[in-house]
Design a protein around this ligand. Structure first.
Ligand code: COA
Length: 260
């Protein structure tokens, strides 16, 4: 499907989504957000896609934030709508993806860009990446999940410091505090993501989606993560993948999962 601001390509059962607005450092405008929504939904429905890599075009930026020029004159109501619609249509959508999503952070991941990376399940950064939530410097706060997902990933104290100082940190520091899973030279960024995905692809897609759902349930206010785990664990026993996985183990052969 042709998009204006993103590129998509399926390679080896992995959908590569590249935000393609390098002249604006891949800033998230309305069109880009709506295309991300469409591309992710299409990926969820496509049996030929087993995992997704999200990155930014060029070597300078993953995403330098929400597009400031689009919201500079917004009212209170428009600001609230911008945030809530963004949560539902892109950030929560990605977090709850049934297929693993890896952010390949190739440069600046600022504001909405870091929030986008944090909504992904795994983050791999290039050595040159820079990350931060600079919103308070603009008189606003992170509005695409940053005040919640950053503390979940790095702890409340470190998150609070990054948010109130608007400090931008480098990849080594992001790795040290657990914000990213891996740091690699820029030219190895996508290969490293593909290496992680090659492990995912040999496993049961249905079990993976139940696992993602169960982990996420523990971070939803009012939801009981343990109850979700118990329910999803039980549900696995009704799947063809479970039958195949356990039978293959007992027959000492490699499992061949169908994703059902
Ligand atoms: N929204 C809209 N446009 C943005 C943008 C954003 N978040 N970030 C960068 N751009 C645009 C710039 O306006 C510029 O456009 P122009 O060439 O038409 O003037 C272009 O992208 C290149 O950015 P520029 O600022 O010239 O690059 P730089 O190398 O001097 O600085 C940054 C890079 C990332 C430090 C700087 O762009 C920046 O601070 N961006 C905003 C980061 C931010 O506050 N994000 C949170 C938003 S809530």
């Amino acid at each position: 499907m042709p998009y204006e601001n993103i590129l998509t390509e399926n390679k080896n059962a992995t959908l590569h989504i590249t935000i393609n607005r390098a002249s604006k450092l891949n800033a998230l405008n309305k069109v880009t957000l709506s295309e991300l929504n469409a591309a992710f939904k299409a990926a969820f429905a496509d049996d030929d896609v087993r995992a997704i890599i999200l990155t930014g075009d060029g070597s300078k930026a993953f995403v330098a934030g929400a597009d400031i020029s689009e919201f500079a004159d917004f009212s209170v109501a428009q600001g609230a709508a911008l945030s809530s619609e963004g949560h539902a249509s892109v950030f929560d959508l990605i977090e709850n993806s049934p297929k693993p999503v890896i952010a390949a952070i190739n440069g600046f991941a600022l504001g909405g860009g870091l929030e986008l990376a944090m909504a992904c399940h795994i983050r791999v950064a290039s050595e040159t990446a820079k990350m931060g939530l600079p919103e308070v410097g603009l008189g606003v706060i992170p509005g695409y999940g940053g005040t919640q997902r950053l503390p979940q990933l790095v702890g409340k104290g470190r998150a609070m410091e990054m948010i109130v100082t608007a400090d931008v940190i480098n990849a080594a520091e992001a790795y040290r505090i657990g914000l990213v899973n891996h740091v690699v030279p820029a030219e190895e960024l996508i290969t490293k993501c593909e290496e992680i995905i090659s492990k995912v692809i040999s496993k049961s897609p249905v079990a993976i989606s139940f696992a993602i759902q169960s982990v996420n349930a523990g971070f939803v206010a009012g939801a009981n993560g343990y109850a979700a785990e118990i329910e999803n664990f039980g549900a696995c026993f009704g799947t063809k993948d479970f039958k195949e996985g356990t039978t293959a183990f007992l027959e000492k052969r490699k499992a061949n999962f169908s994703g059902n």
